[in-house]
Design a protein around this ligand. Sequence first.
Ligand code: SF4
Length: 66
Amino acid sequence: MRCRYLRNYSLDTSQWVVISCAARKGLYIPSAYELHGYCIGKGHRLCPYYLRKIFNRRQNKKEAAA
Ligand code: SF4
């Protein structure tokens, strides 16, 4: 299963595709290594950006509940 934060943008022709990571605040384009090692498979659970995003979401939920 691919990472939930992986975003694809393509034109109708599908000749150009831009892939970005929505887990970071600024624009971030994962490298080919990151795409194959993390983004498009189960390895995304080990990605430091993914882990930070999940940690921050849990922290925000705890703070909202307190
Ligand atoms: S695996 Fe990491 S780099 Fe890739 S989309 Fe997810 S959070 Fe971003």
